[in-house]
Design a protein. Structure first.
Length: 65
């Protein structure tokens, strides 16, 4: 059994990893859009295989919702 401190650490670690993944996806999507390589956000989601549950979060962060 883990202590509260260990549980809190693991929860924050998982949060940090997920936030890092989301930040990385947003950077990649922004780069694709800015470069003109793609014409819309849905193409970026498809190319980068973005999970459906992450798409609203990304749209909100990019102010495209």
């Amino acid at each position: 059994m883990c202590t509260f401190g260990q549980g809190a650490f693991l929860a924050w670690k998982d949060y940090g990893i997920e936030k890092g993944k989301l930040d990385n996806l947003i950077e990649n999507i922004s780069a694709l859009l800015e470069s003109g390589t793609i014409s819309d956000i849905q193409q970026a989601f498809s190319i980068l295989h973005v999970k459906k549950e992450l798409q609203p979060k990304i749209l909100k962060r990019l102010n495209l919702n």
